[in-house]
Design a protein around this ligand. Sequence first.
Ligand code: SF4
Ligand code: SF4
Length: 79
Amino acid sequence: MKEPAAKNYIEINPQRCKGCAACIVACPHDCLEIGSEINTMGYQFARFAVQKCIACGLCFYTCPEFGAITVYRKPRQKS
Ligand code: SF4
Ligand code: SF4
């Protein structure tokens, strides 16, 4: 079993990303950018660049490529 996430973040699978930038437009906190590296399909792929993720999932729902983005949400603190 995976440990709960200590913070909100996403992972991008470079081999599934086609660099369309839809996730970058969708993110309300400007967490994503297109990097300079190129994947095996010849695309410059997106990367998680700014640690301000609120785990809203907009990048995940916007991405047209299945499995390219995984969102990890920090568990809510019980008060
Ligand atoms: S989950 Fe929301 S805040 Fe986090 S990277 Fe995706 S769109 Fe941005
Ligand atoms: S929306 Fe998906 S395919 Fe497009 S750049 Fe973002 S991760 Fe890559």
